[in-house]
Design a protein around this ligand. Structure first.
Ligand SMILES: Nc1ncnc2c1ncn2[C@@H]1O[C@H](COP(=O)(O)OP(=O)(O)OP(=O)(O)O)[C@@H](O)[C@H]1O
Length: 815
């Protein structure tokens, strides 16, 4: 049954976990293609340190001052060209590196191309180191940590574009581990070397100027395997990128306050940020293994602090760059293969010994400025980096770790029986449970610290012993002198007493000395015991490591053998393929030749045809040219004649126009004269006609008036007659009406009287009706009279109007 591993709620089987055996034979990450450090052969030959060059852009000040750039980067050819002017002669120097990043390169490109593959190596169990080397202000910190935006960055996941190597490494490690769903522990350390003193930037100590200055410097201790460790250096276990960012921020703040408090210059300090990963995985037998990888990210002090010659800088600047200086010497010694490499001469080179000529995979990022005023330092950096290219390391996939370390209480390891048996048989390491492994590590550290303390105490006791020994010697000397004097001068009893006292004191001191010696002995015993314990532990560790290494060697041998076999098979297959390919190529070549000759024949036919066609075309073309020429001649003469005719026509037109203008003037004058004559004659005739017409009209009017007058008189007399008749009629009607009225009144009176009498009889009843009738009658009479009068009036009016119209007509006729 496959054992399952639970992590963050996800169950995965061992088969899903990456296997170490699959990771061998990885290719080198850079384009030079000379590194395959997984193989045994490469392990023996070693691989070159990778050297990358980065040139920053000109800064604002340099641009404002119009300082010229004297460095050109060709990223494609991986070349850097520095232009130097010596005694008015331009001397160009070209350097080639594994990668070149020009002023326009960005952080992502650098990370993706150089750093990301290193992170993959770390996760596969390699130790790797990235150095940033260069003059102050050329972008070491910018490259390693990031620019201004990164400093303001708050752990919200997304990076600003100027984020440097460290935050991107952290994110990649976490992303990859999460994606692989493996159990892992990640630890970080952060230290600073300033003036050959180490400061633990992760330590929780209060930063007070007084304490800080009096603080014991952190010591470097040998680990017994040729390596060193920093005593008491704090390791922080981190579980998320956010935790690391917080840690980094804390460390930066601490560095800044130390700078202020102790008047430090950050450009003169080296910082080393290390990430160690412990990843649990399974081997082919399904057993748990631990892969340990480490990545050191080193931001070095400004390189200008070491003079170009490699000599120590002036005394005034102190020992501050001993580390940088020694780094240069170490590089030189490694490049020149000199017997002695002075790693031990500085803290930095002691700490990073493994990164230079050791088992670590190393990359140096050299930073330069393109500006002319930095040229000297730029050339120095380029030469330094160029030299470093030749250093070879022998990277090892160090931990295929199955710890068979015998552990005492309290670090118990619970082996499974089969695992123990297998481990003993295969000798390929043991499994240590993660928490026990970490506990063990802590214990180892504590023990080393105890040992270091004991060593220090022992040292002070030895010094004390020496002092006592000296005292003892001087007193013995004194006593001898006194004895001599006693013998020689027969001195008094007092002197004898004195001698006795001195002797007593000597005895006392001897006793003290003995006590001290005993104490020392016990210390020495304790040390011996501790040393013995450590030694046995180390021996066992060595045994297990060497067994691991032997098994690795075996594995490598097997791999070698299998690769040889595969190679043999491949070779024979390739040979077979090669022969068949050769035959195939021959037949293809024959076919091709045949085809070629056919093609050539076809082509020569085509050429002949084309030539004939070309000749015909040329002749036709000449004929067309001749025809065109004659047409052009005819056309030219036609246009010349046409021009002549046109000018003649223009002249004729002008003459016609002049003649016409003259004729028109004459015609106008004649017309005016004729019109004037005619006007005069017409006026005379009109006057005659008018006078005769007037006479005629007068005569006519006179006649008409006379006639009218006659008829009017007739009519007037007729009218007068008629009017008198009407007046007479009216008068008679009036008379009749008066009569009728009188008669009616009389009748009324009579009727009134009769009514009066009847009224008396009818008592007023009818009286009312009688009156009404009377009134009605009277109204009838008066309306009849009014109508008659109105008729008369109308008739009179009609008569008058007809008379008026007659008169008017007559008058108009007479006019
Ligand atoms: N490649 C780059 N692109 C843009 N700006 C850069 C680049 N490199 C450096 N700078 C800028 O140049 C300035 C100096 O850079 P930085 O502080 O990283 O130099 P340094 O080499 O670390 O100096 P020191 O040795 O004093 O620590 C900073 O303002 C930084 O933002």
């Amino acid at each position: 049954m496959e054992s399952l591993q639970r992590r963050g709620g996800v169950l995965i089987s061992p088969s899903q976990a990456p296997r170490i055996s699959e990771k061998f034979g990885r290719e080198n990450r850079f384009a030079d293609g000379n590194v395959h450090f997984g193989s045994k052969l490469d392990k023996e030959k070693g691989v070159n340190i990778q050297v990358v060059l980065r040139c920053r852009p000109l800064n604002d000040e340099e641009v404002n001052l119009r300082m010229p750039a004297v460095v050109t980067c060709n990223e494609l050819r991986r070349e850097v060209l520095a232009i130097q002017n010596i005694a008015n002669k331009q001397i160009d120097k070209t350097f080639v590196f594994d990668k070149v990043f020009g002023p326009n390169s960005n952080q992502v490109d650098l990370f993706d191309q150089c750093v990301s593959p290193i992170v993959d190596e770390v996760l596969e169990g390699f130790n790797c180191t990235i150095f940033a080397y260069g003059q102050t202000g050329t972008g070491k910190t910018y490259t390693m940590e990031g620019g201004k935006k990164t400093k303001l960055f708050r752990k919200n996941g997304e990076f600003p574009d100027d984020a440097g190597v460290i935050p991107r490494v952290v994110r990649q490690i976490f992303d990859e581990l999460e994606a692989q769903c493996v159990d892992y522990v990640m630890k970080v350390t952060f230290l600073e070397i300033y003036n050959e003193e180490i400061t633990d930037l992760l330590a929780q100590d209060e930063l007070k100027s007084s304490d800080y200055k009096s603080k014991k410097p952190i010591a470097l201790m040998e680990d017994g395997k040729g390596g060193v460790f920093v005593r008491g250096l704090e390791e922080e276990i981190v579980r998320s990128p956010a935790e690391i960012y917080m840690t980094l921020e804390k460390c930066s703040a601490k560095r800044r306050s130390a700078e202020t408090l102790l008047n430090k210059q950050s450009s003169r300090s080296h910082s080393i940020f290390s990430i160690t990963t412990h990843i649990k995985e399974f081997n082919s037998a399904g057993e748990e293994m631990i892969k340990i990888g480490k990545l050191n990210m080193v931001d070095l002090a400004g390189s200008e602090n070491v003079s170009k010659s490699g000599s120590r800088e002036s005394k005034g600047r102190g020992e501050i760059n001993k580390s940088l200086f020694t780094l240069g010497r170490v590089i030189n010694a490694l490049v020149e293969h000199s017997g002695h490499v002075p790693y031990r001469d500085s803290k930095l080179t002691r700490l990073l010994r493994d990164s230079l000529g050791g088992k670590t995979k190393t990359c140096i990022i050299a930073t330069i400025s393109p500006c002319i005023h930095c040229l000297e330092e730029t050339l120095s950096t380029l030469e330094y980096a160029n030299r470093a290219k030749n250093i070879k390391n022998k990277p090892e996939h160090v931990v295929v770790n199955r710890s068979l370390v015998p552990c005492k209480q309290p670090y118990e390891i619970h082996f499974t029986t089969s695992a123990e048996v297998n481990a003993a048989r295969e000798k390929n390491g043991i499994y240590r449970p993660k928490d026990l492994f970490l506990q063990e590590e802590a214990e180892k550290k504590a023990m080393a610290e105890r040992l270091a303390l004991t060593e220090l105490e022992l040292e002070s006791k030895i010094k004390q012993l020496f002092r006592l020994q000296e005292l003892h010697n001087s007193e013995q000397h004194l006593s001898a002198e006194l004895t001599e004097k006693l013998d020689n001068a027969q001195i008094t009893q007092q002197l004898y007493l004195l001698h006795k006292i001195v002797s007593n004191s000597m005895v006392q001191q001897e006793n003290q000395l003995k006590e001290m010696e005993e104490e020392m002995q016990s210390f020495a015993n304790a040390k011996a015991m501790a040393t013995k314990e450590l030694r046995s532990w180390v021996e066992k560790l060595n045994a297990f490591y060497s067994s691991g290494i032997t098994s690795l060697d075996g594995l490598a041998g097997e791999l070698d053998q299998s690769s040889r076999l595969t190679f043999g098979k491949l070779y024979s297959q390739v040979l077979t393929h090669f022969t068949s390919l050769e035959d195939c190529f021959k037949s293809v070549a024959l076919d091709a030749n045949k085809l070629l000759s056919e093609l050539q024949n076809g082509l020569s036919n085509q050429e002949f045809n084309l030539n004939a066609l070309a000749r015909l075309q040329r002749e036709g073309h000449l004929r067309t040219v001749e025809a065109t020429r004659s047409i052009s001649k005819v056309t030219t003469s036609f246009f010349q004649t046409f021009d002549l005719h046109v000018s003649n026509l223009s002249k004729i037109l002008e003459e016609i126009q002049t003649t016409q203008y003259q004729q028109l003037g004459d015609l106008e004058r004649k017309f005016e004269e004729c019109a004037a004559n005619e006007e005069r004659q017409v006026l005379e005739k009109v006057a005659d006609m008018l006078s005769s017409s007037n006479a005629r009209k007068k005569k006519l009017v006179q006649t008409a008036v006379d006639t009218l007058r006659g008829s009017t008189a007739d009519r007037t007399s007729y009218l007068q007659r008629e009017m008198s008749i009407a007046q007479d009629l009216t008068a008679s009607v009036k008379e009749q009406l008066e009569l009728y009225k009188e008669e009616t009144e009389r009748h009324c009176l009579d009727d009134s009287t009769a009514e009066e009498s009847e009224r008396c009889c009818l008592e007023g009843l009818k009286r009312w009706n009688g009156m009404e009738v009377n009134q009605l009658l009277r109204a009838n009479l008066s309306s009849a009279a009014t109508t008659a009068l109105e008729e008369v009036d109308d008739w009179n009016k009609t008569l008058h109007s007809s008379l008026d119209s007659e008169l008017l007509f007559l008058l108009s006729c007479s006019n």
